[in-house]
Design a protein around this ligand. Sequence first.
Ligand SMILES: CNc1ncnc2c1ncn2[C@@H]1O[C@H](COP(=O)(O)O)[C@@H](O)[C@H]1O
Ligand SMILES: [Zn+2]
Length: 348
Amino acid sequence: MDNEADVFYRQIPKVELHAHLNGSVSLATMEKLIARKPHLNIESSRTAIHSGQCRTLNECFQVFKVIHQLVDSQEDILMVAKAVIEEFAADGVKYLELRSTPREETKTGLSKRSYIETVLEAIHQCKQEEVDIDVRFLVSVDRRNGHEVAMETVKLAEDFMLSSDGVVVGLDLSGDPTVGHGKDLLPALQRARNCGLKLALHMSEVPSQKEESELLLALPPDRIGHGTFLHPEVGGSDGLVDKVCKMNIPLELCLTSNVKGQTVPSYDKHHFQYWYKRQHPCVPCTDDKGVFCTDLSQEYHLAASTFGLNQEAVWALSQQAIQCSFAPEALKQKLEQRWDELRPHILH
Ligand SMILES: CNc1ncnc2c1ncn2[C@@H]1O[C@H](COP(=O)(O)O)[C@@H](O)[C@H]1O
Ligand SMILES: [Zn+2]
C-alpha cells in the first residue's frame, strides 16, 4: 500500500460503529497493562493476531480471556478506554460507538455498574480534553451467559440510558456465536427495544445460525454485526436477505476480523461485495482493532482495493455511516456538515 493512498484513508473523516473495548486495546497499551501485572506472566504476542496469521474463531475467544485478566479494575478500564478513544480519534474517526460487556471482579471490587461508570468517565474525560471525536456507548450482552444475566444487563443499560446524558444509546449482542441460543435472549432484547435502546446484534457470524437469525430479525434489530452467512450463496436464504433489505437494516462489516478469524476464506470472498452490489447500507468497521492489528483507515483501504472503489465511492461509504449510527438527529446533522466542509480539502 503506497503512502499517498495511506494518507487519503487516514484523512477522510470516519465513523466507527462496531468496536469492542477490550478487543480494541493497542499493543502499546497492552504492554503497559502487562507491566502492571507481571505476576500473570502474559506475553503481548498472546493478545494479538499479527499480519498473515489466522486463528479459528474459537481461538479468538481464548484471546479475550487473556485480555480480560489484564483489564480487571476501574483503573485499567479508565486507561484502556481513554487510550482506545484517543487512538480512534488519531485515525480520523469523528464519531465512535464503543461497546463493552460489563464485568464484575470481586478481587478488585469492580461491579458491573462501576464498570459502565468508568467507561463513561473515560468518554467524559476525553470530551473535557477536547479530543476531536464524539463517543457513544453500547452495553454488550455476552450470549454465553444466558437469559438472567442478559436481563440484568438490559436493566443496567436502561438505567444508564436515562442517566448518562445520552451517551448510552443501545445494546449489543455478542460473544462466541457457537455458544448459547438467541431464542433464550429474546425477552431481554425485546425489553431493551421497548425501552428505547437501539439494538446492534451480531447475527449469522457462523453458518449454523440461520434459525436464530430468523428469530432475531423479527425484533427487528437496528443494525446487524457481520451477517456473514445470511445470503443463500453461503447457506443463508433469500428470505433472510429480503427481510434485511426490506427493513433496510445496515450491516457492520469487519473485513480483517472475518478473514483472520477464518469465517471468510479471503478478502475477495468477503460478503461486503454481495451487499454493496445491492446498494444495501454497509459500514466498514474494525471489530477488535487490537486483537486483529488493524485500524479503520486500513479497513476502508482494504474494502477499496479489494472491490475497486474509487475515492468518491470511499467518501460516500464513510458519509453513509453517519445515517447508520445511533446518534441523535442534531449530531447526525453536525457530522454531515463536517463531512461537507472537509470534502473539498480531501477529495481531488
Ligand atoms: C471476533 N468476533 C466476535 N464475535 C462475537 N463477539 C465478539 C467478537 N469480538 C469480540 N467480541 C465480544 O467482545 C468481548 C471483548 O470486548 P469487551 O470485553 O466486551 O469490551 C468478547 O469477550 C466478546 O464477547
Ligand atoms: Zn463484534
